[in-house]
Design a protein around this ligand. Structure first.
Ligand SMILES: *Cc1c(COP(=O)(O)O)cnc(C)c1O
Length: 384
């Protein structure tokens, strides 16, 4: 279960050591498939932890976003507003449903959906005579979006907010846990996330009827009849009992994992933050980020060094680092769709992409490995 010797990854799977006990239980009871008691328990435990009434375990976060948008009635011809600074999996489900995305810039102070830009997008939509069907707010790199102003604007127009909390399990917003904000929320248990079932996700809501409907769709839309009868199109999107067994012990340790990732962030900042031109993604004062990934920034007015230079320098030492998500409004597949910003000169999402670098941040990262990364970074930055 150790990571392959030598290479230091950005955010590799981190096993607690107790996963095999849970998986063994699944084998011994022959609950291999379909579904089973670990799936039910994982859903219950996650709903209790996040603080929502209902949860549905699914095969991926992307599946959760897809079914969530479908629940909100998104279909062909509809428009969905969406954070631009995110991973493409936030937007792909909008496309699966035949809808059109409209991208919203991020605010400098939070790196998340800018309420001012969102307001502008709504005003333009109102002038055009048609409102979006939903707004997807992303909790980027484990920091909550600023939900109060976002919800205020969306409530005014009667448009639901769907929270992409796939990177933010364990983070909070004004005392509430990420995943409990908005009408629906999606979580991910992909290999690089803060807990992993190898692949998996969840759809969360206080609205139990919505989750029940999504459960129906995710389980091949089988009508209650003695034979296989379908009056709707279904999906095969449920999480297996074996994979739910892998997730449960990690959820028990979520607080320690958040703590560890925050400590990793603090060490990077302490060691590197004093170097001219080096900065970090800020923590918004309204909550506690899980620091899923530490994002370092390089100020182009102070240093000519680019994030890719550092990425390549680390790669020579077999250390993985990655640029910040390339914004959706700059992606070849999405660049034709509208984009709203409140910035005068340059969208903040573009700045974040050009100046940010994600550093190894896994909760299993040893101090010794982090010391090495810090030493190599200092060397590369100071030589320049
Ligand atoms: C990981 C991620 C997803 C997708 O989750 P999967 O489980 O990999 O399908 C969606 N949105 C964001 C922002 C993510 O980081």
């Amino acid at each position: 279960m150790d990571k392959p010797k030598g290479r230091i990854y950005l955010s590799p799977p981190h096993m607690t050591g107790r996963e095999m006990d849970y998986v063994r239980d699944a084998f011994e009871s022959n609950w291999i498939a379909p579904l089973g008691p670990h799936v039910d328990a994982f859903e219950r435990e996650m709903a209790a932890y996040v603080g929502v009434k209902s949860a549905l375990a699914l095969s991926s976060g992307t599946a959760a976003l897809h079914l969530g948008l479908k629940l909100l009635g998104v279909g062909p011809g509809d428009v969905v507003f969406c954070s631009s600074l995110t991973f493409s999996a936030t937007v792909n489900p909008v496309m699966y449903l035949g809808a059109t995305p409209v991208f919203i810039d991020s605010a400098r102070k939070t790196w998340n959906m800018c309420p001012e830009a969102l307001k502008r997008a709504f005003e333009a939509a109102e002038r055009g005579g048609s409102l979006p069907k939903a707004v997807i707010a992303v909790d980027l790199y484990g920091q909550s979006a600023d939900y109060d102003p976002i919800l205020e604007i969306c409530d005014r127009y009667g448009v639901p907010v769907f929270s992409d909390a796939t990177e933010a399990l364990g983070a909070t917003y004004k005392g509430k846990r990420c995943g409990s904000l908005g009408k629906l929320a999606a979580l991910s248990f992909n290999g690089n996330k803060i807990i992993t079932t190898s692949g998996g996700g969840m759809l969360l809501s206080d609205n139990e009827e919505m989750i029940a409907k999504a459960r129906f769709w995710a389980t091949q839309a089988r009508d209650p009849a003695p034979w296989y009868q379908h009056s709707d199109v279904g999906y095969n999107y449920r999480l297996s009992n074996i994979l739910a067994a892998v997730g449960r012990p990690q959820l028990e340790e979520i607080e320690a994992r958040v703590q560890k990732r925050r400590e990793i962030f603090d060490r990077y900042r302490q060691e590197l933050g004093g170097i001219p031109g080096v900065g970090f993604m800020p923590e918004a004062p309204y909550g506690r980020a899980n620091r899923w990934l530490t994002v370092m920034t390089l100020d182009p007015e102070v240093t000519s060094l680019k994030p890719l230079d550092l990425m390549n320098a680390l790669e020579e030492h077999n250390i993985e680092a990655r640029p910040v998500w390339k914004p959706m409004h700059l992606q070849p597949v999405f660049e034709k769709y509208p984009f709203f910003t409140a910035e005068e000169d340059k969208p903040f999402a573009d700045t974040a992409f050009e100046t940010g670098l994600c550093l190894p941040s896994g909760s299993g990262l040893s101090e010794k490995s982090q010391d090495l990364i810090i030493a190599f970074l200092k060397e590369s930055i100071l030589i320049e």
